[in-house]
Design a protein around this ligand. Structure first.
Ligand code: SAM
Length: 245
C-alpha cells in the first residue's frame, strides 16, 4: 500500500528488527535514512537492496517534497540510526507535511531506548515523562530540573557518558531523595542497569571515569511522605484512650 511507513529499528541488537519491519524495508520503493551508511548495514543484514535517500535535520527541508511525492503512489519507509523515528530523532516535520498533503502514514513499531530502559528499571511506569536530551550546562540543567521537580511521575532522559556525572550531581541537588536508574548499552554486549537512591548514584559516577556508550537516565517520582505504620497508629490510639479526653 502506498504511504509513509515510520519504521523502528534496533537500538543495538540487530535481531530486534521485527519481521514486519524487515518486510517493509525490503518491499518499500525507497528508504529515507538519517545516515545511509548506518542503514545500509541494516539493509545488507536482511538482504535488502532498497534504494536509500538521506533524510536528516540538514537536508530534510530539501528532500521532504520528493519523499511526499513518492509516497503518493509508492511505499516510502522512514528510519533513523537506531530506535523509533521522531523520538529525539528526525521525522516530525516529515510526518506533519505528509499528513497535510493527504498521504497515508503507517507505524511499524519496535525498539526505543526510552521504553527499553523503563521496562527494566523497576520505577513506577503508570505515569512517566520523557524529557529527551537535557541541556548540557549546569544552569540549563538546574532550570530544567526545577521545572520538573513537582511532577508526580517518573522522569526519563537521554544522556551521554561524558555528561552523566554533572547531570546526576545537579539532579541529586534539585530533586532531593528519590530512586533512580541508569540504563546503559541496552540490548548490547555490555548492557547494564544500575538502580540506586539518586544521591548514591550521583556519588558513584562522580568518582569514576565517564561511562562508555549510550545511556537512559530515569528518576522516580517524589517519594511519598513516610506513612505511619499500623504499630504507630495503635500506640497513638492507646495513648489517647489512656489520657481519657
Ligand atoms: N529514537 C531513538 C529511540 O527511540 O531510542 C533515540 C535516538 S537519540 C538520538 C539517541 C539516544 O538514545 C542516545 O544518546 C541514548 O541516550 C539513547 N539510546 C539509544 N540507544 C541506546 C541503548 N542501546 N542503550 C541506552 N540508551 C540508548
Amino acid at each position: 500500500t502506498p504511504g509513509l511507513y515510520i519504521v523502528a529499528t534496533p537500538i543495538g541488537n540487530l535481531n530486534d528488527l521485527s519481521f514486519r519491519a524487515a518486510n517493509v524495508l525490503k518491499s518499500a520503493a525507497l528508504v529515507a535514512a538519517e545516515d545511509t551508511r548506518v542503514t545500509g548495514k541494516l539493509l545488507h543484514h536482511i538482504g535488502a537492496d532498497t534504494p536509500m535517500v538521506r533524510h536528516d535535520e540538514h537536508v530534510g527541508a530539501r528532500v521532504r517534497p520528493e519523499l511526499i511525492r513518492r509516497a503518493e503512489s509508492e511505499a516510502v519507509a522512514v528510519v533513523t540510526d537506531a530506535g523509533t523515528p521522531l523520538i529525539s530523532d528526525p521525522g516530525y516535520r516529515l510526518v506533519r507535511e505528509a499528513r497535510a498533503a493527504g498521504i497515508a502514514i503507517f507505524t511499524v513499531p519496535g525498539p526505543s531506548a526510552l521504553i527499553a530502559g523503563l521496562s527494566i528499571a523497576g520505577l513506577p511506569t503508570d505515569r512517566f515523562l520523557f524529557a529527551g536530551f537535557p541541556p548540557p550546562k549546569e544552569k540549563g540543567l538546574r532550570d530544567t530540573f526545577a521545572e520538573l521537580a513537582d511532577i508526580r511521575a517518573t522522569l526519563a532522559f537521554y544522556e551521554t557518558g561524558p555528561r552523566l556525572a554533572r547531570f546526576l550531581t545537579v539532579a541529586a541537588e534539585v530533586f532531593g531523595p528519590r530512586e533512580a536508574a541508569v540504563a546503559r548499552e541496552l540490548t548490547k554486549l555490555h548492557e547494564e542497569l544500575v538502580f540506586e537512591p539518586l544521591d548514591r548514584l550521583s556519588a558513584r559516577y562522580a568518582d569514576a571515569a565517564p561511562p562508555k556508550g549510550e545511556i537512559v537516565v530515569m528518576i522516580g517520582p517524589p517519594l511519598a511522605e513516610a506513612a505511619p505504620s499500623g504499630a504507630d497508629l495503635d500506640a497513638a490510639l492507646r495513648t489517647a484512650l489512656a489520657e481519657g479526653t
